[in-house]
Write a new protein. Structure first.
Length: 191
């Protein structure tokens, strides 16, 4: 409804201007400042401005209020972004300083850990080497003892065979059986 009213007001003002502009077409007047004509035009201009301001007052006010709110929101968002960026910059700077300050200590820690690991590996290698050497000695001693026992056993068996052959040649069967049983008893006592 307001648009037709505004349109009606504009049309009335415009026709009024046309009517005033059509008058004064004579050439016989004195040449001077036409105050009457200027006054009419100023009056018409004031009516147009007044009518437009009356009709558009709410929309213009609303438009500028919305723009003010938009600018306020944009300023608030910009401030929040600025605060967030400054906070992020501060955190990054602190983290960088912390990393720079701990870089040397981290390097020293890594070197000391590497030295400690190297020392442990060498120590374990020495321990393992000693254990292998001790195991080899025990194995060698065991094998030597086993070989000695086997040699004694073989010598004993060979001695028995030779003694038996000699006895068979020199002694009779009855005495040979008696000597064999005595020998077996003595051998069992020795073992």
């Amino acid at each position: 409804m307001r648009i037709p009213k505004a349109l009606t007001l504009v049309v009335i003002v415009m026709f009024h201007s046309f009517a005033l502009a059509s008058s004064g077409g004579e050439h016989g007047e004195a040449h001077g400042i036409p105050w009457a004509l200027i006054g009419q035009q100023v009056f018409n201009l004031l009516i147009v401005i007044g009518g437009l301001s009356f009709l558009l007052r709410k929309k213009v006010t609303q438009h500028f209020a919305e723009r003010k709110v938009q600018y306020s929101q944009l300023i608030q968002k910009a401030e929040e972004a600025k605060v967030a960026a400054e906070k992020s910059k501060r955190e990054i700077t602190e983290r960088l300083q912390q990393l720079e300050s701990t870089a040397d200590s981290s390097l020293q820690n890594a070197k000391s850990e590497a030295e400690e690991l190297k020392r442990k590996i060498v120590e374990e290698a020495k321990t393992l080497s000693q254990r292998l050497e001790d195991d080899a000695k025990r194995t060698a001693e065991y094998e030597i003892q086993r070989a000695k026992i086997q040699l004694r056993k073989d010598l004993l068996e060979q001695s028995l065979i030779v003694a038996r052959e000699n006895l068979e040649k020199q002694v009779g069967t009855a005495e040979q059986n008696r000597l064999n049983s005595e020998f077996v008893q003595k051998v069992q006592v020795v073992q």
